[in-house]
Design a protein around this ligand. Structure first.
Ligand code: CA
Length: 217
């Protein structure tokens, strides 16, 4: 979840995150952020401090009171040491000062997700199928390919739950944000292109139910 009221910064971060295969829900005020966190399960929050309705500190305080173990990275122009200490003490997992390079934001996100153990480990694998989130490279048996952001996100969603069948709507929720129009055959198309790159056996089709990748072999 991206919590940012500045249109330009928000648009830039949202696009960069999508390019890096994250599904993004972007909210522009503090109230909506708390509400969204109560109703959806997110892997990570990027939190601006200067926000309408409830500012970032208030959002963080309420998230922590709710007992939500949502990892949060504060992304803000406030670079005073006091602000940073304050943010970390309120329960933020990391603090990044604007302006920053997107590459650094992505690396910090990966680091926080690794620490949480909830998101992407350095390498996702079930033994045969391997994914590297840092390079978006995938391999299956002896095939190696570079995936698009969407292809990567889809395979990552399946590989996070090996042996479990995910339906089309579950996959759509995992890899698209709120504001995105999803074509009815988008998932099938992604499955098709991934199979072309890695081999048909990389993803198993369970007719009428959905798709899966095998458990560790
Ligand atoms: Ca702001």
């Amino acid at each position: 979840m991206l919590i940012e009221d500045d249109r330009m910064i928000g648009t830039a971060i949202e696009q960069a995150l999508k390019d890096a295969a994250y599904a993004v829900d972007w909210v522009t005020d503090g109230e909506t952020a708390v509400h969204a966190a109560e109703n959806e399960s997110y892997e990570l929050g990027l939190l601006d401090l200067g926000l309408p309705k409830a500012d970032g500190r208030e959002v963080l305080r309420r998230l922590r009171t709710l007992g939500r173990k949502l990892p949060v990275i504060i992304v803000t122009a406030r670079d005073a040491v006091d602000d940073r200490i304050d943010g970390l003490d309120l329960g933020a997992d990391d603090y990044l000062v604007k302006p920053f390079e997107i590459r650094e934001l992505l690396a910090r996100m990966r680091a926080v997700l690794r620490r949480e153990g909830s998101g992407s480990p350095p390498l996702l694998s079930n033994g045969k199928l391997n994914l590297d989130p840092a390079t978006r490279q995938a391999s299956f048996v002896d095939q190696i390919a570079l995936l698009t952001a969407r292809e990567f996100a889809l395979l990552q969603a399946l590989l996070a739950r090996p042996g479990r069948v995910l339906s089309r709507s579950e996959l759509e929720r995992q890899i698209y944000g709120w504001n995105e129009e999803v074509e009815s055959n988008a998932i099938e198309y992604l499955i098709h292109t991934i199979r072309k790159k890695l081999g048909a056996a990389a993803i198993r089709n369970v007719r009428g139910v959905g798709w899966m990748v095998d458990r560790s072999s």
